[in-house]
Write a protein that binds this ligand. Structure first.
Ligand SMILES: Cc1cc2nc3c(=O)[nH]c(=O)nc-3n(C[C@H](O)[C@H](O)[C@H](O)COP(=O)(O)OP(=O)(O)OC[C@H]3O[C@@H](n4cnc5c(N)ncnc54)[C@H](O)[C@@H]3O)c2cc1C
Length: 451
């Protein structure tokens, strides 16, 4: 059988032999059909079966579990929801910003709990997160974020000055950093396959290589797949950026591609040259962040630098030579001793971006038979595993602490149709890039003036 999905990331290529479960054959009726076998789909199915063991719950995945963002991401389980704390406070107010942070904080713990409770082998570690400032503009914004966090009573964040951060990881570009304890790192392909096992042990049916080719909401929710149709009491769309393929969801979010390069395993000497002893996850303070970490075999994963929505929302733009080149140049600037490190893997994947950069969970239509989850941007590792609690309660129509969260059943600002959709996305992207560029240019002018 073709394993083309293995080319979608280093993680999917190297997480061990994998035999997909067979596709759905023939027509069937289920209580709940979950579309999408990523973190969200599997955790939703798992928590549903745990709550109501008598339900028949089926996950329909177009390729293999982890084929989407869940098998391609950088593996940071982090507390960030939305773009920054400051932007979230501006859009939703301080109280809701705290609520979101508390939920995400719990979501990071939840990853560790799943790993421990089910023995999921996924190279889990919890080294924390440095968000480094590369110029004074970024330092000012990150310090503002630390002050906002403190004013909201959030624990475990603090500012490190240039000497403190360079003592932890040495880059000539670092001017300071926001330090946050609450960040774990995982191998996402191993984790998502572990969650498939956990869900199946609970009695969930998982059908792989089963693309849903059409969805009819009424009179009864019905999903078409190549070899059989599914009639369901309830349907969950856990399709994230791929929601763009369903007309009912397409206007809720942009599928935006982000890219990663991965080096050869780094020797002890090379790691010592950059002083990266504690294996922290690292991001920087740009709008178009760089995100980077070490893998279990000490390769440096380096992603970000740019992100792009493509006209018409194609979902196959996994390769971008332009962004790969940017990443390789930026990596060499960030860590000069690694400038000759060989790049072994290059890949990309789509994240789901609503117009206001914030996740959304809710129902499609008033009859509450169809629920969706999307919009976690590049921050769904912890959140979309925790999302299983939210989606369970939406499907079971239970009122709970999860359905009370302000981002559940919220109004999502609809995207305009193409070509305005693309033009709007590109305008936002260029504005964010301009701010990044301006802050970097200001810095180089200050350096030039200082001689
Ligand atoms: C390169 C990259 C780096 C990232 N890094 C991080 C990070 O470090 N930390 C972090 O928190 N987040 C990160 N993210 C984001 C994170 O990976 C996502 O938010 C999260 O995985 C979303 O999970 P999900 O289950 O909602 O969606 P997905 O994992 O995208 O799952 C959706 C699934 O639906 C399936 N599907 C789609 N259409 C159909 C259909 N018609 N029929 C059947 N199945 C279908 C897809 O194949 C896919 O498996 C990153 C994302 C990318 C792409």
């Amino acid at each position: 059988m073709s394993q083309h999905w293995a080319e979608k990331s280093f993680w999917l290529a190297t997480a061990g032999d994998y035999q997909p479960d067979p596709p759905l054959e023939g027509d069937t009726k289920v209580d709940v059909a979950v579309v999408g076998g990523g973190f969200c789909g599997l955790s939703t199915a798992y928590y549903l079966k745990r709550a109501e063991p008598s339900l028949r719950v089926a996950v329909l995945e177009q390729e293999v579990v982890g084929y989407g963002a869940s098998g391609r991401n950088a593996g940071f389980a982090m507390t960030l929801m939305g773009m920054t704390l400051g932007l979230t406070a501006l859009r939703f107010g301080k109280e809701k910003t705290k609520q979101a942070h508390d939920f995400a904080h719990r979501a990071v713990d939840h990853i560790g709990q799943l790993v421990d409770a089910h023995g999921i082998d996924c190279d889990y570690e919890k080294p924390g997160l440095l968000t480094v400032a590369l110029n004074p503009g970024q330092a000012k914004r990150l310090q503002g974020e630390v002050r906002l966090a403190e004013s909201l009573g959030m624990q475990g964040l603090r500012w490190l000055d240039m000497h403190e951060v360079r003592a932890q990881v040495h880059s000539p570009m670092y001017l300071g950093a926001r330090w946050e304890e609450q960040c774990a790192l995982i191998n996402p392909a191993k984790f998502v396959r572990g969650m498939k096992r956990v869900a199946q042990e609970q009695g969930v049916e998982v059908y792989e290589t089963t693309p849903v080719t059409a969805f009819h909401h009424r009179p009864v929710p019905r999903l078409e797949t190549p070899r059989g149709n599914v009639e369901a009491e309830k349907v969950v769309f856990a399709t994230n950026a791929f929601s763009a393929c369903f007309p009912q969801l397409a206007a809720k979010q942009y599928p935006v591609f982000t890219y990663i390069v991965l080096t050869e395993p780094l020797s002890e000497e090379r790691l010592q040259a950059i002083g990266w002893k504690s294996r922290q996850g690292i991001e920087d303070g740009r709008n178009f962040i760089h995100y980077y970490r070490l893998t279990a075999d000490n390769r440096l994963l380096f992603g970000g630098a740019d992100a792009q929505y493509y006209f018409g929302a194609p979902l196959d733009r996994d390769q971008s030579p332009r962004v790969f080149r940017m990443l390789e140049q930026d990596l060499a600037r960030m860590f000069p001793p690694l400038k000759d490190a060989r790049i072994d893997y290059r890949w990309g994947g789509p994240v789901s971006v609503p117009l206001d950069f914030f996740p959304a969970f809710g129902y499609l239509g008033k009859d509450k038979r169809v629920a969706y989850a999307l919009g976690c941007m590049g921050h769904g590792v912890a959140l979309m595993n925790m999302a299983g609690h939210i989606m369970r309660d939406l499907v079971l129509e239970r009122e709970s602490e999860f359905t009370e969260l302000f981002f559940v059943n919220r109004t999502v600002i609809p995207l305009p149709p193409e070509p305005i959709r693309w033009a709007l996305g590109e305008t936002i992207r260029q504005a964010l890039k301009l701010q990044d560029r301006w802050e970097a240019i200001k810095e180089s002018k200050v350096e030039a003036a200082a001689g």
